[in-house]
Ligand binder design. Structure first.
Ligand SMILES: [Zn+2]
Ligand SMILES: [Zn+2]
Length: 317
C-alpha cells in the first residue's frame, strides 16, 4: 500500500510503498477513506513536536471502513496504558505512556491503517468521509477547549482556522456570542466567521466591542495570550488549544489579576469523542474542506502553512 512518510525534520513527506499492516485482536484494519491535515502535522515535520521513531506515516484525523464494512473515526490519541494514575482517574489525555496517531503509531495518510479499537469512534455512513475527518482533531480538541470555558456567554476565539470553524458552530448552537479574532487584514476569515454566526469579527490587534467571559486561542502565537487576557473579564479563562505555541511574552500582572486563568488543553479523552461526535451530527456541523489526493499531501501541508484555504485540508483516498 501507499503511505506518506516522515523521514526527517525539514523534509517533505515521502510517498512510499509499504507492506499492508495486519491487525491484532484489539485492533482494527481500516481502509482509509479520508484523513484531514492538522497544524500538528507541520509541528511534527518542523521538529517542534518530536517523532521518536521515524520513518512514520503521518495523519491523525482518519475516517475509514473496517473489514465488516463499518465506518470509524480515529483521533490523535491512539493508545493509552489504562493503568497509570492519570488513566485510572479518567485523565487518559495526560497518560505519560500514551501513543499518538501519526506520531508514535502509523497514521492515515495511507491506503490502510491499523488502529486501537478503543480509540476508533463509530461514525455515520450517510455523510461524505471528507466532511467528517476534520471533526476528529480540529473538532474534538476544539470541543475540549470549549468545555473549559464553562458557561461563558461572550466567547472570544483567536485564530480562525479549522477548529474555530467547527467550534463557532457549536457555540452558536449553544446560544453563545462568538467574537472572532483573525490575523490582521484577513477579511476572508472574518467574513467566514460572520457567515458561521459570529456576533463580531475583527483582527487580533483590536479590542472586542464587549468584554469576553472567556477566550480560546487556536493560533500557535504566544503574543495572543496577554491580548486575550486584556479582552477578558475578571474571573474569565483564556484557553490555549494548541500542542505548540511560540513563547508567551512577559506581561503586567494586572492582566492576570482578578482571578483570570490561563489554561492549556492537551489531547482528548474518549469521553470527549462520545459527547462531541453525536452532538456534531445533531447540530449538524458543516465543515468546509479542500480535498487533495494522497500524492499531493505535501501541497496540502504547504497550503495550510501559508493559509491558502479557509477551513480544513483533507486527503481523500
Ligand atoms: Zn491535530
Ligand atoms: Zn496511562
Amino acid at each position: 500500500m501507499r503511505a506518506m512518510q516522515f523521514i526527517s525534520t525539514g523534509e517533505p513527506l515521502h510517498l512510499t510503498e509499504v507492506p499492508t499492516p495486519t491487525a491484532a485482536e484489539d485492533q482494527l484494519l481500516l481502509t482509509v477513506e479520508a484523513c484531514a491535515v492538522c497544524r500538528t502535522d507541520l509541528h511534527l515535520m518542523d521538529g517542534e513536536v518530536e517523532i521518536k521513531d521515524p520513518p512514520r506515516t503521518l495523519g491523525h484525523q482518519i475516517v475509514g471502513i473496517d473489514e465488516r464494512g463499518d465506518r470509524f473515526g480515529v483521533p490523535w490519541l491512539g493508545w493509552t496504558c489504562g493503568t497509570c494514575s492519570f488513566c485510572v482517574a479518567g485523565k487518559e489525555n495526560l497518560c505519560p505512556n500514551a501513543k499518538f496517531t501519526g506520531c508514535d503509531i502509523d497514521g492515515g495518510f495511507a491506503d490502510e491503517a491499523v488502529v486501537d479499537r478503543r480509540y476508533a469512534f463509530p461514525l455515520p455512513k450517510d455523510q461524505p468521509a471528507e466532511q467528517l475527518a476534520p471533526l476528529l482533531c480540529a473538532g474534538l480538541i476544539g470541543f475540549r477547549c470549549l468545555s473549559f470555558t464553562g458557561e461563558a456567554t461572550n466567547l472570544g476565539i483567536y485564530g480562525f482556522g479549522a477548529a474555530a470553524h467547527v467550534i463557532t458552530q457549536v457555540a452558536v448552537h449553544q446560544q453563545r456570542s462568538v467574537f472572532a479574532f483573525t490575523r490582521p487584514k484577513d477579511t476572508e476569515a472574518q467574513a467566514k466567521a460572520s457567515e458561521l454566526g459570529a456576533t463580531w469579527a475583527g483582527d487580533s490587534e483590536q479590542q472586542p466591542p464587549e468584554p469576553l467571559d472567556a477566550a480560546i486561542i487556536f493560533a500557535p502565537v504566544g503574543e495572543l495570550v496577554p491580548k486575550a487576557l486584556a479582552a477578558t473579564k475578571p474571573g474569565g479563562t483564556v484557553v490555549c488549544g494548541g500542542i505548540h505555541m511560540s513563547d508567551i511574552p512577559s506581561f503586567p500582572y494586572e492582566l492576570l489579576w482578578h482571578e483570570r486563568t490561563i489554561k492549556s488543553v492537551a489531547n482528548l479523552t474518549r469521553t470527549d469523542g462520545e459527547e462531541f461526535l453525536p452532538l456534531a451530527a445533531e447540530i449538524p456541523i458543516r465543515t468546509e474542506v479542500t480535498t487533495y489526493p494522497l500524492e499531493q499531501t505535501n501541497q496540502a501541508l504547504d497550503d495550510l502553512r501559508h493559509g491558502r484555504f479557509t477551513g480544513s485540508a483533507v486527503i481523500v483516498l
